[in-house]
Ligand binder design. Structure first.
Ligand SMILES: NC(=O)NCCC(=O)O
Length: 394
């Protein structure tokens, strides 16, 4: 009998490993994940202590390495990045403080593991300190919004950034006190000294499926900032922004070397798109992408409808995790599990970005002047599409 689409499985990788004969698996993986410097993306061994802590803590822990070709005039620039995906830890009916504290406790555990693994730049999932209650349209979830500069989640990340000498990207629901308590979907970038370097607000707000986020916050007003950190130039393209190639491009034009894509998305809606979009962005923009998805099924107290004629329900569907890192040379890591919390570690030689620009010349061959001219025309109210109709159709 075919498996029900509702039945959750650990990962595509685990199915391949179980069913593809060992002598064919490397070929299959070579096509699926690409080659980095002519070799499969190599796994990096982590200490036995870290592996035991992951097993005891019930989370997936994987580590890989992306190389660049040796250069004569520059040393390698290797940065160890970490992606964290986590489920909520107590039911959405629990007191909000208890919910946030339980998530904080788990994320502290995962960041401490990343610190012990030597991670230098880490990114958490979208709206990590809260359940993703935006499906409900109930405004009560706004209570989880906090100050980007001084809220409890920023303070926790500042403490951990100092402790581990780590840059931490912390995507939260932001309450902007200075502007009439406006709510934003914001990624706070905390430097390795524990300082807030800056923040980026989600540019594109979904209006699809149960992602009723436009009920809560508006399109961001921070453009495409790149944050120059002690470990490289990073940027954050929050979730639904990954469907917009020009959004990815904006971070590339500002010089990003690593773009994180903290997300919250569910299987029925987007899983076939997930392995493609971030990877394509890495290729097209000659930078690394760390794609992070929430994990687990979150059930809410009150039923809501999806506006599709189907019965009211209390959950969003399954957040399928599957976080991965994609490199500018089209190679990528395998995914973290679809059903477990996880920490993905990847060593990225940033020299690969320039090497791919030199090899493929995507930036150089782009026709920005032509695109700019078309866009300038397109945004005019009297724009008419450039269509040349076959006269024989008359
Ligand atoms: N959080 C969010 O923007 N989700 C939208 C759904 C998707 O982009 O897959």
């Amino acid at each position: 009998m075919p498996a029900s689409p509702k039945a959750e499985f650990l990962s595509v990788e685990s199915i391949l490993q179980e069913h593809v004969p060992a002598d064919k698996l490397a070929q299959v993986q070579g096509v699926l994940y690409g080659l980095n410097c002519g070799k499969p993306v190599a796994a990096v061994p982590l200490s036995a202590e870290l592996s035991s802590a992951a097993a005891a803590g019930g989370y997936d822990l994987q580590a890989y390495r992306f190389d660049a070709a040796p250069e004569q005039l520059r040393p390698p620039r290797i940065v160890r990045i970490g992606l964290v995906q986590n489920s909520i830890k107590v039911p959405t009916t629990a007191p909000f403080l208890e919910q946030r504290q339980a998530i904080h406790q788990r994320v502290r555990e995962l960041i401490d593991a990343a610190g012990a693994a030597g991670v230098q730049v880490l990114c958490l999932q979208e709206a990590w300190p809260m359940p993703f209650g935006f499906c409900t349209r109930e405004k009560v979830w706004n209570e989880f919004a906090e100050s980007a500069e001084a809220g409890p989640s920023t303070r926790l990340c500042q403490e951990l950034a100092r402790k581990h000498n780590m840059v931490i990207v912390s995507p939260i629901l932001e309450r902007d006190e200075a502007h009439g308590q406006t709510i934003w979907n914001t990624a706070v970038v905390i430097g390795n000294n524990g300082n807030v370097i800056g923040k980026h607000r989600k540019n594109h707000i979904p209006r699809v499926g149960d992602f009723n986020e436009s009920t809560y916050y508006m399109e961001g007003n921070t453009g495409h900032p790149v944050f120059e950190t002690a470990f490289g130039k990073i940027a954050v393209n929050i979730c639904y922004g990954r469907h917009h190639p020009m959004n990815w491009q904006g971070f590339g034009l500002n010089g990003a070397e690593i773009v994180f894509n903290p997300s919250a998305t569910v299987g029925a809606l987007s899983e076939p798109m997930w392995p493609i979009e971030a990877r394509n962005a890495a290729i097209a923009n000659s930078y690394y992408v760390g794609a992070i998805n929430r994990v687990g099924t979150e059930v809410f107290p009150n039923a809501f409808t999806s506006g599709d004629g189907k019965p009211a329900h209390k959950d969003f569907g399954h957040f399928y995790g599957s976080s991965y890192v994609a490199a500018p040379d089209a190679s990528r890591t395998p995914s973290l599990a679809r059903t477990l919390d996880g920490l993905l570690v990847a060593d990225c030689d940033l020299n690969l970005c320039q090497q791919l620009k030199d090899k493929w010349g995507f930036r150089m061959t782009a026709r920005y002047d032509m695109y700019a001219e078309q866009l300038a025309r397109y945004v005019q109210h009297d724009f008419t599409p450039q269509v040349i109709r076959d006269p024989s159709l008359e």
